[in-house]
Write a protein that binds this ligand. Structure first.
Ligand SMILES: [Zn+2]
Length: 336
């Protein structure tokens, strides 16, 4: 694939003064594109690139092309990684200059560097197996874009702690820890201009995947709390990690909350009278995917669906609405 200069130009738009959205293609992925953002520095300052795309050649070509078109010198550019998913961080080692600071939350930075090796994936396979996902060694991960297009070498991160300020252009960007979609998901917020880079915390026409990671007990509770947190901000311009931003930020936050409440009730109805694993529950939930039935789901989509089912079951369990017990190494959920 070679992009023409016109095609590269077409991938760039000014989303806010001095902030350029770069649509990075995600081939064969239902998300279609990742929005990277380039914030141009004021004289004497450093540019900031927010997120990168997968570690694959199509992403690299589009991102490098767009950065060249914008006249961005990576020697004068730092990078902010909003969260650990490979569509956001996969390219970072290839794009960064050795002088670039690479910011990320401590929690997601640790996962990115673990996920560059095997241990993280072995543990994740094991974790999903305890929720009823079929045990097929390595087979699950090799279909997982998080594995296929991830960074391959550890990254030297600068940890972004909650409330840290990163200056980029005329913006003073404050980090806002918004766990839920991932344990260390971070937004960037400029209060004066009401500008929020919200990555995958709030998306316009897709529902962010809420799933389990090792060490997370109740990701949906975290997600609800993080929705409350951004609801309290004055937001005039929202910059999402994929696709176009919602017409109304407050309206979209309310919709996402309502969506998960509806999902919780759906799971309660599925559990009616039966003890089930999360994998079985996932197979009975409704999914917005063009497959005839659960058996026809591609493995990666079964994986995401199972994670989503786990998040809802764990919420119901920790709220005391359903019971959970282990039998032969697998968790079962049942109505009380
Ligand atoms: Zn994500």
């Amino acid at each position: 694939m070679t992009l023409t200069p016109a095609e590269i130009k077409d991938r760039i738009s000014e989303a806010a003064p001095g902030v350029f959205r770069i649509r990075v293609p995600l081939p064969k992925n239902p998300l279609k594109e990742l929005n990277a953002y380039f914030v141009r520095a004021l004289p004497g300052g450093r540019n900031l690139l927010v997120d990168t795309g997968f570690n694959r050649v199509e992403c690299e070509e589009a991102l490098r092309g767009a950065l060249a078109e914008l006249g961005a010198d990576m020697k004068e550019t730092d990078i902010f990684i909003t969260h650990m998913h490979s569509d956001h961080c996969g390219l970072v080692n290839r794009i960064a200059d050795e002088s670039s600071k690479i910011y990320c939350s401590r929690a997601d930075a640790a996962i990115i560097n673990d996920a560059a090796g095997d241990t993280y994936w072995d543990e994740l396979d094991e974790l999903f197996a305890t929720y009823g996902y079929p045990r097929k060694r390595r087979q699950n991960r090799e279909k997982h874009p998080g594995w296929e297009f991830n960074v391959r070498e550890p990254i030297e991160f600068t940890f972004a702690n909650e409330g840290a300020i990163i200056e980029a252009g005329k913006y003073l960007l404050r980090t806002v820890w918004t766990p839920g979609h991932t344990p260390g998901h971070m937004c960037l917020y400029d209060e004066r201009f009401g500008l929020l880079f919200c990555a995958d915390h709030v998306l316009g026409d897709i529902t962010p995947n809420i799933t389990i990671e090792n060490g997370m007990e109740n990701p949906l509770r975290l997600y609800f709390d993080s929705l409350d947190k951004v609801s309290a901000l004055k937001v005039d311009t929202v910059l999402t990690g994929h696709r176009n931003p919602p017409a109304s930020f407050a309206g979209r936050v309310a919709q996402l909350r309502a969506h998960h409440i509806e999902r919780l009730e759906e799971v309660m109805a599925i559990l009616n009278g039966h003890a089930m694993t999360a994998y079985e529950v996932a197979g009975k939930m409704t999914w917005d995917i063009s497959c005839e039935n659960w058996d026809a789901f591609p493995p990666s989509q079964k994986w995401f669906a199972t994670g989503e089912a786990i998040a809802h079951l764990q919420y119901l369990h920790t709220e005391g609405r359903i019971g959970k017990y282990m039998a032969e190494g697998v968790w079962w959920y049942a109505k009380l």
